[in-house]
Design a protein around this ligand. Structure first.
Ligand code: ROI
Length: 162
């Protein structure tokens, strides 16, 4: 049997009916071959990180168990982003239809040209830490840092749990 890994995926959208985008993405993740969704957080309404002349975001986190490698999981998530109509251009801090980011992949540290895990920004983003702590209150980063303690210390920036 293939080894199973628990992974956490951050979802975000602020274009084209963001609640629908995030809910559909969660359903599509449940349909990825060799993935079983464990939990989906509540949806959260968050202020944009980055330029403020864009709409608020809807964010959520999904946990899943998978026998896919991290790169195969990334490929499957990028297909979901692309089928939502996401255009890959140089807008790192701009509005987006759908982001599906691998936050954590088991206890692994991954650093290659396509993927950095743990996700580089997750420890300073309330829209990642709060939904993650909701579904995995006892989770830690590979270095042992507790997600719940990061979540309890972060500036919430007016985030609303829907
Ligand atoms: N801001 C919020 N609130 N939520 C996001 O998902 C998000 N994603 C992004 C940037 C542009 C950094 N800002 C965001 O990629």
């Amino acid at each position: 049997m293939q080894q199973k890994t628990i992974a956490y995926i951050g979802l975000g959208s602020n274009l084209s009916d963001p609640k629908v985008q995030v809910s559909n993405a969660a359903k599509e993740i449940a349909d990825i071959t060799n993935c079983r969704v464990i939990a989906l957080s509540s949806l959260y309404l968050s202020k944009p990180m980055g330029p403020q002349d864009q709409d608020d975001y809807i964010n959520a986190v999904v946990s899943l168990e998978t026998s896919l490698s991290a790169l195969d999981l990334l490929n499957a998530l990028q297909k979901i982003e692309n089928s939502a109509g996401r255009v890959r251009k140089d807008n790192r801090w701009g509005a987006r239809i759908l982001d599906c980011d691998i936050l954590l992949y088991g206890n692994k540290n991954i650093d290659n040209e396509r993927l950095t895990v743990p996700h580089y920004g997750m420890t300073v983003r309330e829209f990642v830490l709060l939904p993650l702590a909701e579904i995995a209150p006892n989770l830690s980063l590979p270095d042992g840092t507790s997600i719940s303690s990061l979540a309890s210390e972060i500036n919430c920036n007016g985030i609303v749990k829907l």
